[in-house]
Structure formats: C-alpha cells, structure tokens
Design a protein around this ligand. Structure first.
Ligand code: MLT
Length: 249
C-alpha cells in the first residue's frame, strides 16, 4: 500500500500523475467532524461549495429540495445561513432528511479540489479513523492520499497529527506500507503526542482560536474523541453521502 500525505492544499498540485484509488480529506476542526455528525443525524446529502456565492447558486439550483445553507467563515456562522459549523448544531431535528449546502473556510474548498484527483473521496476526522481504515481495506485500495486541509493555505498541526494516527493504525495492520516524506513527518508527530489529543489542541493555533477566542471548547471535546463514530462520509459525483461500499468506483 502506498500512502502519500499532503500537509497543505497547495502540495496537491505537485503530485504529478500518481494514480490514486482514494483521497482521504482531513479537516478535523471542524469540517470533517461536523459533516460526520450531519450524516449521523440523517442528512440526506451534503453538497460542498467553495464560496458563499456558489452556495447561493446551488441553493437556487436545488430549490425544489429546500436545501439548508450551512458553514462558516472564521469559525462563525455565515450571515443568512441556516446552520454554522458546530457538530452540535447538526441534530436530527435540524437536518434529518435534508439536503445541505456546505461552505467552509478550508474544508469545502479542499473537497472541491480533491474531487479532481480521484473518483472516491472520503472525509476523515479523529472520530472516524478506524472506520475509514475499514473502508480502505474493503475496497482494497493500493494507493492513498491523505490530504490535510490546513488553515488558509498554512500547515495545521491537528490535521497532520490525524494523518499520523491514521498511518500508525493502518501500518499495524499492513506491514507493506510505503510512505512519502509528508507521511513520515505526520507519523513522527503522532509519535510525539501519542493519543494525547488535548495536548495537540493546546498547541494548535486553530484549536486555540476555537476554544479560547470563540468559546467552542465543546466542539474540541467532540472532535478529540478518537474512533467514537462509525460513519464515513463519501464524496462522489459532487455529493457527500454515508459511505456505501457498493458506490465505490
Ligand atoms: C474549515 O473548513 O475551515 C473549518 O471547518 C473551520 C472551522 O473550524 O469552522
């Protein structure tokens, strides 16, 4: 199994013509975590939008579905949108059966980019790492990209740490994993912190912003619960739904 890791989105453009079976997008604070909650609460599908304008265009396009506009800028709900970006907002009462149009500062932008690289894109957070590994195994993926979202183009500790934890776990099951340098560095990060997610968040700039500046400590608690969920969001044909092995191409 070949594992590549891009630590910032810009690196994706430098991958060349590597054939990838699956891209695993990592934005643990909070896009991946929040969309896992949305699907767990019964959202029918999520359509990512890079910009707020695109979100409104999609809302017009899917008017008949009465979609909800969701997402954030700088961690705060976008004025005029229905929901922000806290996992706790994505309750069954708010989202069950609904189509969501989702735009966030980094996560949704990377989703659109990742779609160009592979037919199958999975969303990973700390809360569903083992479930993602099970998916990767079930489709016999040989070539995987872990794409970290970072923050506004810059490296973010928490996403690279999650990539490292994924690599640590998958290499325990598969002894034939080949890493690139980004993967090795992520694994070294994991080795530094072990499963002390609190310490990762204490050091990570975006985690400090969410927790200290915006008072969203509960979101951090939720995002830090390793392997607490089984849902794997699968982005295919422009829509994110709960992963179904048979939908893989
Ligand atoms: C993003 O996609 O940029 C994040 O989810 C930001 C956030 O924490 O709201």
């Amino acid at each position: 199994m070949r594992i590549f890791t891009t630590l910032i989105p810009k690196e994706i453009g430098c991958l060349g013509d590597i054939k990838l079976d699956v891209v695993i997008l990592i934005d643990i604070l909070r896009a991946s975590t929040t969309l896992i909650f949305a699907l767990k609460s019964g959202a029918r599908s999520v359509i990512p939008a890079s910009t707020i304008e695109e979100a409104y265009e999609l809302k017009r396009k899917f008017m008949h579905e009465k979609p909800l506009l969701c997402g954030e800028r700088d961690g705060l709900i976008i004025p005029g949108f229905d929901l922000g970006n806290s996992p706790t907002e994505y309750t069954p009462e708010n989202v069950c059966g609904r189509m969501l149009i989702y735009s966030s500062t980094n996560g949704s932008v990377l989703m659109k980019k990742a779609e160009m690289l592979a037919e199958n894109v999975l969303l990973m957070s700390l809360i569903n790492i083992s479930a993602v590994i099970n998916c990767v195994e079930s489709i016999n993926a040989e070539s995987i990209l872990l794409a970290c979202a970072g923050y506004r183009g810059v490296f973010s500790l928490e996403d690279a740490y999650a990539a490292g934890l994924f690599i640590e776990k998958i290499c325990k099951r598969h002894t034939d994993c080949i890493h690139d340098d980004g993967s090795l560095l992520s694994r070294i990060l994991y080795e530094k912190y072990g499963e002390n997610v609190e310490s990762v968040f204490e050091n990570a700039k975006h985690a400090r912003y969410l927790g200290l500046d915006l008072g969203l400590a509960d979101d951090l608690k939720i995002a830090g619960r390793i392997d607490s969920e089984n849902i794997v969001p699968h982005l295919i044909d422009g829509e994110i739904r709960v992963m179904d092995r048979h939908a893989f191409r």
